[in-house]
Design a binder for this molecule. Structure first.
Ligand code: ADP
Ligand code: ASP
Ligand code: MG
Length: 403
């Protein structure tokens, strides 16, 4: 007998038929004598639909507290429907909202972090031999207000339960049968990996491979929770294991990822003197804006340009921060571009293999794609390119390395 945490994403519970399909999988494990805790996301596009509803009422700035109140409703629907499906199959079951399941978070509404899980309720329901269905993506802050964990956050909810209750298995079921070398919906030659290590998975997830939420991988690594990514539609097919150490493979890179949620911001003709970069990036940090790639031009006539990227959600706020510095910094203008995309390769093997970046640039050059910015770390190379070439770039780079 094992304690199994199973997480089902929105596409896996999108309609009644899929809810019953998932219910069957859960009951199958339960009837084998296992304890089963299930985490679910909102059905299909429910979260996007709720965001659209908020925009109908307040297109500019609904408070983040109320956004959390609204968005958490999506998961309340899916947990109760799934529990009802399991009831029809004659098994004891209970659905719990995030706060009932003991999820305590910080107060950063819409991007809250889990502080701890009080597992008492979960444990007591399991002891009563109930299947427990938990609403993913949500928790409660110290003021008893509902919070959400950021888009894709249900993966993190599942890993957090697996870590807190020391589960034997943490299975993430989705609409593809594992982690691939690129998004299998975009790249037909993408290959499924049997296993991938936390660090590589974390980079892929952070750089746009949405199959796992990056915070969930971070947490899995921290608490050593082994993850299995599997298909809810082909549940008996083996998936991809995400763990600390994986067997050595010949491939130089593990995968290619794309992120369209990027904007570049340029500050033109800044004074070329010490302290300028500090002032800019310190103000952005104070405004809690994450900056990704930074490029500074060579100084000319005592001026230089600085270009950096942020996520599109932060673009407006970042431009406002820079505009506010105009008097003290005396630059000519600030411009931005949202029609950009970041394409990245990831692989621990590149650290000891020179020429990986050059090979990526060659693939892009052969495809006639211009590179605007570059950033590298030990295990990844990212380029910023025009968004319209992003899919072609992923295919070109993937072909160069994987096939
Ligand atoms: P869920 O609703 O189950 O959370 P998501 O839509 O968040 O599912 O994530 C699954 C999707 O991730 C897949 O449909 C696939 O298109 C996409 N994806 C992107 N990159 C990858 C990759 N490298 N491997 C597998 N899937 C990927
Ligand atoms: N329903 C939330 C979202 O769409 C959480 C999740 O899917 O993990 O982002
Ligand atoms: Mg997801």
């Amino acid at each position: 007998m094992a304690l199994i945490v199973k997480k089902f994403g929105g596409s896996s519970v999108a309609d009644a038929k899929k809810v019953f399909n998932v219910a069957n999988l859960i009951v199958e494990d339960y009837k084998k004598g296992n304890d089963v805790i299930v985490v679910v996301s909102a059905q299909g596009d429910t979260t996007d639909d709720l965001i659209a509803k908020a925009k109908e009422i307040n297109p500019k700035n609904p408070s983040k507290r109320e956004m959390d109140m609204l968005l958490s409703a999506g998961e309340q629907i899916s947990i109760s429907l799934l529990a009802m499906a399991i009831e029809t199959m004659g098994c004891p079951v209970i659905s719990l909202l995030g706060w009932q399941a003991g999820f305590n978070t910080d107060s950063h509404h819409t991007i809250a972090r889990i502080k701890n899980i009080n597992g008492e309720r979960l444990k007591s329901e399991i002891e009563k031999k109930k299947i427990v269905i938990v609403a993913g993506f949500q928790g409660l802050n110290k003021y008893d207000d509902v919070t959400t964990l950021g888009r894709g956050g249900s993966d993190t909810s599942a890993v957090a339960i697996a870590a807190a209750l020391k589960a034997d298995l943490c299975q993430i079921y989705t609409d593809v049968d594992g982690v691939y070398t690129a998004d299998p919906r975009k790249v037909s030659t993408a290959q499924k990996m049997d296993e991938i290590c936390y660090d590589e998975m974390l980079e892929l997830a952070t750089l746009g491979a949405q199959v796992l939420n990056n915070r969930s991988v971070e947490m899995a690594k921290k608490y050593n929770v082994e993850l299995e990514v599997r298909s809810s539609l082909e549940p008996h097919k083996s998936g991809t294991i995400v763990k600390e150490i994986v067997k050595m493979e010949k491939t130089l890179i593990k995968g290619v990822a794309k992120d369209n949620n990027v904007a570049s911001i340029s500050i033109v003709e800044l004074q070329d003197k010490p302290g300028i970069a500090f002032k800019i990036f310190n103000k952005l940090a104070q405004a809690k804006i994450n900056v990704d790639i930074i490029l500074q031009s060579i100084g000319r006539n005592n001026t230089k340009d600085i270009t950096f990227t942020v996520s599109q959600d932060n673009r407006e706020a970042a431009v406002a921060v820079i505009e506010n510095l105009k008097d003290s910094l005396a630059f000519r203008e600030v411009t931005f571009d949202e029609n950009v995309s970041k394409v990245s390769i990831v692989g621990a093997g590149m650290e000891s293999n020179p020429g990986v970046a050059a090979k990526m640039f060659e693939a892009l050059s052969d495809a006639g794609i211009n590179i605007r910015m570059i950033s590298t770390s030990e295990i990844k190379v990212s380029v910023l390119i025009d968004e319209k070439f992003a899919d072609a770039a992923v295919i070109a780079v993937h072909d160069k390395f994987v096939n």
